[in-house]
Design a protein around this ligand. Structure first.
Ligand SMILES: CC(C)(COP(=O)(O)OP(=O)(O)OC[C@H]1O[C@@H](n2cnc3c(N)ncnc32)[C@H](O)[C@@H]1OP(=O)(O)O)[C@@H](O)C(=O)NCCC(=O)NCCS
Length: 183
């Protein structure tokens, strides 16, 4: 029987789809309970927390460096041509659903939010907790959107931007601490 699953650094599991295995940088933390399937590439220093599912089967998922996907989040793609691409230092809060979307560097998706096919968050853009970014909608650089469906709320000032940018760094450090205990 061919190999069915692999254990990632940290204890999460990797699975192939159509013979393609996820490619994960060596220092990523993939927490126990996380499952990563198929055409998924994750850059250095990123962390995938407990019980996340990242499924790159009918398209690809690309995740940059120092990005964190918090507990219970689901990332998928759409066979109609919507891959999912996350840049560097992106924060995806707990219980988020990202579906066929692009999020640039330092994008922030608040806990329990959803992004739908073709939606886009530009650099330092923020989707508030619990919000729903509808198909094809675009959050501009340093904009905060909120609500279901999400609407533009305000521009993020430089003070808040600096504060938000510190969170992914904190998560990278936390992930390295977990790695020491879980590998
Ligand atoms: C969006 C957020 C930053 C608050 O923004 P804010 O501009 O400071 O908002 P305020 O607290 O001043 O509230 C302003 C109004 O927006 C509403 N509001 C605040 N957050 C909201 C949200 N997530 N969704 C919808 N409405 C929201 C408030 O109820 C308030 O409404 P009111 O004027 O009718 O009373 C915060 O709600 C949020 O989403 N933080 C992200 C936390 C997170 O997900 N962390 C990830 C884990 S690390």
């Amino acid at each position: 029987m061919s190999e069915f699953e692999r254990i990632a650094n940290g204890g999460g599991k990797l699975y192939p789809y159509n013979g393609i295995w996820p490619k994960i940088a060596d220092d990523c933390f993939i927490a126990p309970g996380a499952r990563i399937i198929g055409d998924v590439v994750i850059g250095a220093g990123s962390s995938i927390w407990f019980n996340c599912v990242l499924r790159g089967d009918v398209g690809k998922i690309r995740i940059g460096k120092n990005t964190n996907i918090q507990d219970g989040s689901v990332i998928h793609v759409d066979s109609g041509g919507f891959d999912t691409t996350l840049g560097d230092n992106v924060l995806v809060g707990h219980m988020v659903m990202i579906h066929g979307s692009t999020i640039e560097d330092y994008g922030f998706v608040g806990l329990n939010a959803t992004t739908m096919d073709g939606s886009y968050i530009e650099k330092n853009g923020m989707l508030a907790a619990g919000s729903l970014l509808s198909p094809g909608k675009r959050i501009g650089t340093q904009e905060l959107w909120m609500g279901r469906p999400a609407r533009f709320s305000k521009n993020i000032d430089d003070e808040m931007k600096t504060k938000l940018e510190k969170v992914p760094k904190g998560y990278s450090i936390l992930a390295q601490e977990y790695l020491k205990e879980h590998s």
